[in-house]
Design a protein around this ligand. Sequence first.
Ligand SMILES: [Zn+2]
Length: 241
Amino acid sequence: MDAPLGTWFGSSMLTAPAVRVLSVNGIRQLVQRTVFTALDLLFPPHCVGCERVGQLLCPHCLVSVKQAPERVIDGLDGICVRAEYDGVIRAAIHALKYERQPRLYQPLGMLLVQAVDHTDWLLDVVTAVPLHSNRLHERGYNQAALLGCFVAHAYDRPFFPAAVKRMRETPSQIHLNAQERRANVAGAFAADARLVAGKTVLIVDDVLTTGATLVACAEALRRAGAVRVMGAVMAGAQLSP
Ligand SMILES: [Zn+2]
């Protein structure tokens, strides 16, 4: 578990032996891929940035992605943020969350892996910021968990979406300042010691503003015995004035 992180292209996703296709997960993935391929033929994907036909995020738009500045957040042992919450990334995350386009987790996940590749973290397990069950039910999926699963698979680490649980629904943070955000999420999470005790945990989220939610999750993970908690986030947003 302490081996250095590999790159995306060296991951088991591309080198997995064919026998894995026969596992339950493999069969599920094969069915999903077949369904997605059929859907691609019937409804070719359009780029969320420029609407070109062919890909959900086209190469032309990918080159416009702005690297987020480096951040340090008290309460996390490390944080990497892939892009600024702007332009095509903002459009892609919005579509992933609110326009029922879960497949965007793939191009976004590849971008996020590029950011984690630049760290020297030695990770044991990967988890994601949880949604409250009401919102999960409404959306049908947790976008942070889709990204977290992609990252875990890229580095051949276990993905434990239930490692952190949201114990209460927290009001939207959009109109809150940094202090109010910390109070809003304080004690809102609990972690499962059976999954994280003694481990270095990577927690994944889609958008980072003040980091209050990630820090509250990290506190829960440490209470459950996690040794170190790192964060990887797709996009960094500014707090509205
Ligand atoms: Zn495009």
